[in-house]
Design a protein. Structure first.
Length: 222
């Protein structure tokens, strides 16, 4: 009986190890294949997101019903348009997106702010637009650790109890892609959480196994 139990445990451990290897290899292949990873569009606008993470965002928005999404890192505007499209389906909601460059995307639910996400001037504008609205924050601008950590310290103030601050691209610096990147979002998350007990990693948002934001779905719990 004991041998049978040990054998089953060994099988499960081996299966989990094999799954992790498969996910890692697929992740690397997907991330590095520019024909797939960088050629994804939402209604014709380039969006630098893994479709599995986009589906997770859809579930979160339907479940939480944020009144406003604050996004740093507009790029081509695909993700801001994606969020605005979901708000169109819900019949309410708005998006504030920040980048150092203008993009051609426009939507009546989207407000674009041009400037550094960590500048006091930009953050004050974001604060005014958020006001007392229930917000969800998504950080996707520069992926250098110090920049992300500063964003987290600033924008976490906007996240109400039960909502989320999502730190994107925690997969770089070898987690498991872009090994030569240097300290980035994952390391920023680790340092932030070492000093803050009001946020927790919500691994339930990683149910599709593959995500570009491992340990990046942070829920406010206090």
């Amino acid at each position: 009986m004991m041998f049978k139990r040990v054998k089953e445990m060994a099988k499960r451990k081996m299966a989990k190890k094999l799954l992790n290897v498969c996910v890692k290899q697929f992740h690397i292949a997907y991330y590095n294949n520019h024909g797939i990873g960088n050629n994804t569009r939402w209604f014709g606008v380039k969006i630098q997101k893994l479709p599995l993470d986009m589906w997770t965002y859809q579930e979160m928005i339907y479940e939480l019903r944020p009144e406003i999404i604050v996004e740093t890192g507009t790029a081509d505007g695909g993700s801001a348009l994606f969020f605005a499209s979901l708000f169109d389906l819900l019949g309410k909601g708005s998006v504030v997106t920040v980048d150092i460059k203008e993009c051609g995307m426009s939507h009546p639910r989207v407000t674009k702010l041009i400037g550094s996400s960590t500048s006091e001037e930009i953050f004050k504008q974001v604060e005014r637009l958020v006001g007392n609205k229930k917000a969800m924050v998504i950080l996707d601008s520069s992926h250098l650790k110090e920049h992300v950590l500063k964003e987290m310290q600033m924008y976490s103030k906007l996240v109400p109890l039960g909502s989320y601050m999502v730190v994107e691209d925690t997969n770089v610096n070898g987690h498991p892609v872009a090994e030569s990147h240097g300290p980035g979002p994952m390391e920023a998350v680790e340092e932030f959480l070492s000093k803050r007990k009001d946020f927790m990693i919500d691994t339930s948002r990683e149910k599709f196994v593959l995500t570009f934001f491992p340990n990046g779905y942070l829920k406010r719990i206090a």
